[in-house]
Design a protein around this ligand. Structure first.
Ligand code: KG4
Ligand code: ZN
Length: 354
């Protein structure tokens, strides 16, 4: 085993990003450069991401951002061990731009290609930032996903719970829209909630106390819509009440998953509880989850906010992890709009649990 240096590209949603990361699993890794261009301004007038605008912006920006990432890291293509790009899941136009660019760079420099699953990149980010050992429990909370998983190894995940309707970030974004707060909703709600009364509105806590570790958020959003229509509440109070309900749901479901994890990995003495995805940047959620984990004997690991929201450093790190196991991809690997983590098939790849 030796350190690998990998260029990563991320274009699956509305950030165009490139980064160079060097490291050796289990981490930490060294981020030599981490360039993120957010397309927020281009999408803001529409209150959400417009796929065609996103794809066009990736095409326009990616080459320059790759150059910037290499220059800032002071490495040339020839110094790299591999080139990694998000190959899905995500908006297919953007994923195609990133993956095709990575293929061209890999061909031109005769370096191996790693087609990264975006969810795996989020999942492994706590190893990049904190060197977390396998197995660990992961709560993945983003705009498109809400899942609780045991991360057993690269490519090897055991799912304990998922959302049966909306993702939690989506609930933040939709609630913000109802309250007239700007897009993206998560940071706007967190800010408004700071000066609001979380007890002002009684909101439901969907799935709390139920068997299993699944989530549901659509009832919460509907309750907010009804109150907004009937009472014209203060946005701050509504934001605080909404966030408090989300905190209760996330902690209850995480507690359930911790029980499953203990059952499956009885030898893991002080396991890590990693939280990843854009919603993990929320400080109120982070502190509630940390307290829960402390009570349950788990060590909370939340990467810094820039590694929680979409970025290319986590993609490059996934490339380091896969590269170390020689899990490279052929040049005809296809981009995928849908690509669940439990379909990665670690067992079939011969990856052993560590
Ligand atoms: O991981 P991410 O950058 O993109 C996806 O892969 O989805 O997550 C974006 C989501 C958005 O829904 C955004 O509103 C939410 O993360 N988010 C937050 C915060 N910052 C971003 N939600 C709550 N509180 C925040 N501070
Ligand atoms: Zn993401």
């Amino acid at each position: 085993m030796r350190e690998l240096t990998v260029l990563g590209l991320e274009t699956s949603c509305d950030e165009t990003a490139a980064a160079v990361v060097r490291g050796l699993p289990p981490g930490r890794g060294t981020i030599l450069s981490d360039i993120v261009f957010s397309q927020l301004e281009a999408h803001r007038p529409y209150g959400g991401v417009v796929p065609e605008i996103a794809a066009r912006a990736h095409v326009e920006r990616l080459d320059g951002i790759v150059e910037e990432a290499l220059a800032k890291a002071k490495v040339h293509l020839a110094d790299l061990d591999a080139i990694a790009a998000t190959a899905g899941p995500g908006l297919i136009g953007g994923v195609m731009v990133g993956l095709t660019t990575a293929k061209a760079l890999a061909l031109a420099s005769a370096k191996p290609l790693v087609a990264v699953n975006h969810l795996e990149a989020h999942a492994l980010s706590a190893r990049l930032s904190d060197g977390v050992a396998f197995p660990f429990l992961l709560l993945l909370i983003s705009g498109g996903h809400c899942q609780l998983l045991a991360v057993e190894n690269v490519g090897r995940y055991r799912r304990y719970g998922t959302t049966i309707d909306d993702a939690v970030g989506e609930a933040f974004d939709k609630t913000a829209k109802l309250l007239g707060l700007p897009y993206p909703g998560g940071p706007a709600i967190e800010l408004a909630a700071r000066s609001g009364n979380p007890k002002r509105h009684a909101l439901p806590r969907p799935m709390v106390g139920r068997a299993g570790a699944d989530f549901s958020f659509s009832g919460l959003k509907t309750a907010v819509r009804q109150i907004v229509a009937q009472e014209r509440p203060r946005a701050e109070d509504m934001a605080a009440s909404f966030q408090a309900a989300v905190v209760d749901v996330l902690t209850d479901r995480s507690r359930a998953a911790m029980t499953f994890f203990r059952r499956d990995f009885p030898d893991s003495e002080h396991p890590a509880f990693a939280v990843a995805g854009g919603v993990a940047a929320n400080a109120a959620i982070g502190s509630a989850l940390s307290s829960l984990a402390a009570r349950e004997g788990f060590a909370t690991k939340i990467p810094p906010p820039g590694l929680c929201t979409d970025n290319a450093a986590m993609v490059a790190w996934a490339g380091v992890e896969r590269g170390q196991l020689s899990l490279f991809d052929a040049m005809d690997v296809a981009p995928r709009a849908r690509w669940p983590l439990d379909a990665l098939g670690g067992e079939r790849l011969g990856v052993q649990s560590a």
